[in-house]
Design a binder for this molecule. Structure first.
Ligand code: CFM
Length: 463
């Protein structure tokens, strides 16, 4: 369907679909089609990020004990620093950023020397780091700098792994391509380059788990109490050494399917490691994730014990919030998988998803969204700011769950809002995270402030 604001870019029509419209999702066998993972139409003010953002900010960035150096202009480093609060048990990366600082003269004469010197200097300042990750940006890629060769020379000089990520921004249509580059590079250059001290018969990798606001504090104990060892989280709070031994896990448990199925697939092919897809938000999904993992290892009884205890603990609290949230309409707009991960969670709280959008979802993300939402739900690919405004005005959700880019427009419109990317409070994952998620939603929806804001705004209009 075409929104009013898209009159001048009718191409957007293919990216906006209502379930049930033209038979989409009706009965059996009529698939819902939506255009996705394609270049943004010129003139459309997309909110997408670039390949560099997906590689540096999402996949590589959380690794805690390496220097992350941006090979490019200083802006690429500054604007990719500190916006995604994946917590590590060191604040190294909250304090410092590293960049080769490519300027005009380097574009003319080449930036390789500058990159090499930057690596050597950074390593000299922080000799305790265990390696260096280099992220390439558009400008050095366009002039043909050979960052890979620089990485090789630097590695020989500092006697540590120096990994080059060819994640220049222009490569893909969104940050999604950067996830792919990050997975490929880590798999090729690090996985399997060391052996664990003590191999475990119950070892898993949590793949696509980035420890947003400490999510892993809620997730790790669940697996550990079942008797499962988490060898590596790819890449939340990970050490470079953890990445090297990933190949020794018996099973990959994939949380973010969009950003990390690549490495699970590559490990399956190369090492025969099977993988399962899970959702670790909400009661039903978290329980299913633990059950499936337990089944693989024959730890079913242990899983049931953990699940029963956790549900008993959170149930009364969830019931309290359910009463306050029941019947509320939600618009979820996330990068990709969270838009479908959370549909079940909303149902568990008695809420209904009336609109779902993703920034860079692929066909499989939209299939899952269409499968999970009710008929009539609006599904949008790569929405722009004007569309978001129109949807909020026309569909009037009780709650909008999106990210920093949408936060202030929501506040200005008097729209109850929760930050689903970096969380309002958090962590939201696991059983206990659901209490915090529900509490933040309750706070947003039922806060008296919105009534006051609207009244004041109306009065100002009259004046
Ligand atoms: Fe995966 Fe993510 Fe997401 Fe993602 Fe992201 Fe994120 Fe996200 Mo923001 S890795 S795809 S690129 S779950 S940063 S932790 S919340 S858009 S839906």
């Amino acid at each position: 369907m075409l929104l009013k604001c898209d009159e001048l870019i009718p191409e957007r029509k293919k990216h906006i679909v209502r379930k049930g419209e033209k038979g989409c999702g009706k009965g059996k066998g009529k698939p819902c089609e939506i255009s996705c993972n394609v270049p943004t139409t010129p003139g459309d003010m997309t909110e997408r990020g670039c390949t560099f953002a997906g590689c540096r900010g999402v996949v590589g960035g959380p690794v805690k004990d390496v220097i992350h150096i941006t090979h490019g202009p200083i802006g690429c480093a500054a604007y990719s620093w500190g916006y995604r609060p994946h917590l590590a048990d060191s604040d190294f990366h909250m304090k410092y950023i590293f960049v080769s600082d490519i300027e005009e003269k380097d574009i003319i004469f080449g930036g390789e020397k500058k990159l090499l010197n930057s690596i050597l200097e950074a390593n000299k300042e922080f000799p305790e780091v265990k390696g260096v990750f280099i992220y390439n940006t558009c400008s050095p890629a366009l002039i043909g700098d050979d960052g890979k060769d620089v990485a090789k020379i630097a590695s020989e000089k500092i006697k540590k792994p120096v990994i080059f990520f060819p994640c220049e921004g222009f490569r893909g249509v969104s940050q999604s391509q950067g996830h792919h580059v990050g997975n490929l590079t880590i798999f090729r250059d690090l996985v399997g380059t060391a052996e664990p001290d003590a191999p475990s018969a119950y070892g898993i990798n949590l793949v696509g788990e980035y420890n947003i606001k400490g999510d892993m504090n809620n997730i790790l104990p669940l697996f550990q109490e079942m008797g499962v060892d988490v060898i590596t989280a790819f890449t939340g709070n990970a050490s470079i050494d953890d990445l090297k031994v990933m190949h020794r896990a018996k099973l990959n448990v994939v949380h973010c399917t969009r950003s990390a199925t690549y490495i699970a697939e590559m490990m399956k092919e190369e090492y025969g490691t099977p993988y399962i897809d899970v959702t670790l938000w909400g009661i039903e999904n978290t329980s299913a994730a633990l059950r499936e993992t337990a089944k693989f290892f024959g730890l079913e009884k242990e899983a049931e014990r953990v699940i029963a205890r956790e549900i008993e603990y959170i149930k009364p609290k969830i019931e309290y919030y359910k009463e306050r949230l029941a019947g509320k309409h939600v618009f979820i707009y996330q990068g990709a998988p969270r838009a479908w991960h959370w549909v079940q969670l909303m149902h568990e709280l008695g809420m209904e998803v009336i609109a779902a959008a993703t920034t860079f979802g692929h066909v499989d993300d939209y299939e899952k969204i269409f499968q999970k939402v009710k008929e009539g739900t609006l599904v949008v690919d790569n929405p722009n700011a004007l569309e978001i405004e129109e949807i909020l005005e026309e569909f009037k959700p009780d709650l909008f769950i999106a990210g920093n880019k949408e936060k202030y427009i929501s506040y200005k419109m008097g729209q109850p809002f929760v930050n689903g990317h970096t969380y309002d409070s958090g962590p939201y994952a696991g059983f206990r995270g659901m209490i915090k998620f529900a509490r933040d939603m309750d706070k947003a929806i039922n806060s008296p402030v919105w009534k006051l804001v609207k009244e004041k705004a109306n009065r100002m209009e009259v004046l």
